[in-house]
Design a protein around this ligand. Sequence first.
Ligand code: NAI
Length: 419
Amino acid sequence: MNCDVADLSLAAGGKKRILWADNDMPVLAEIRKRFAKSKPLKGKNISACLHVTAGTANLMRTLKAAVANAVLCGSNPLSTQDDVAASLVKDFKIPVFAVCGENRSTYYKHINAAIDHKPVITFDDGADLVNELHTRRKKEGHRIIASMEETTTGVIRLKALANAGKLKFPVISVNDAASKHLFDNRYGTGQSTVDGIIRATDFLLAGTKVVVAGYGWCGRGLAMRARGMGAIVIVTEIDPIKALEAAMDGFEVMSMAQAAKVGGLFVTLTGNKNVIRAEHFRAMKDRAVVANSGHFNVEIDIPALKKISKKINRDVRNYTDEYIMQNNRRIYLLADGRLINLAAAEGHPASVMDMSFATQALEAEYVIKKQGGLTVAVHDVPIEIEQRVCRLKLKSMSIGIDKLTPEQVDYLASSGEGT
Ligand code: NAI
């Protein structure tokens, strides 16, 4: 099999983790069972560029059960779980091109291997594969029926491409489905970011001033989880509505310039660049910890931190570099500014990825059914798919909900009844 993983002898451990995660992914398991019978993706070449985690492995198994020819490459150089990659190859016969810690050129070599597979559907987490199909591998774009995008930053990139009139094939903004971002971005990122920071630093959150940059879906998740562990949470924002929401949710809101002076731990989750810059580092207290959980490693201005540091001690703990600034204060940068929850921890818990990947799997079935029927644009996931995923998840949690009575249906559809 054409593949590139770190070490096939890690497969046994990876298989255990994939099957463990599967226990927490009942919605995806049910879809997999149905796909195995109806084979909706039969013979379709699919290339997925996703974080290679145990949850993702179960999505790949689901695509394979639908009789797709699916391959996987990583969507971040540091997020690949090498044991999971090994097991996908060895136990599930799914080609993987991903090695944890790969450099930029290997990262792109792996994306190109996934493009060599001649996909008709692609899955992306951050739009690196689709970007390749619009730049260096333009000629390969013609056969794409649709491409799914998993994260906010990817959707921003794709919308920019569409607005510039340069988008070449239909893309689906899976991130914007309520069954995805309401749960994955908020509860998944919230919990796993705390997990990554604790694994990297053994930091005590109780009583610590935690500065959360960005009060979007991910930032809200982290702010609520950090508060739950006793942190004093400060939010920074550029959007007045989100800033006000954070204030009324009971968080301190201030500018990064103010927060830099008082914070103990800083986490960026904005999808933007250079949110923490030289002037902020200079104002920080000795031994401040800085991490990023946004998609790309550009949210923290690392070149600026290097410039104002007189010494860097690498790996003072796993995933922790110590920067000694010219003012003699120390800054601890985690995971080189890459997604801390995927670099230092295991990414989102499988239970929340169940819904994201169930949405992805149903959407793949949908685009095949719609073949030729989608315009070249960024499309939303149909509401029926979002509701179906949430219904299945509720069922798996043994939660029943009410149904509208016929009288209520009429009432909601009429304007007659008032005061
Ligand atoms: P969002 O759009 O809901 O929130 C981003 C927030 O950041 C917005 O409220 C925006 O106003 C704010 N912001 C932008 N520039 C800022 C600045 N300079 N200072 C302070 N705030 C600023 O996006 P979402 O869904 O919360 O995603 C955020 C990032 O996290 C994206 O890059 C996304 O791709 C990534 N992500 C990471 C995950 C992970 O596993 N770590 C999972 C899901 C998303």
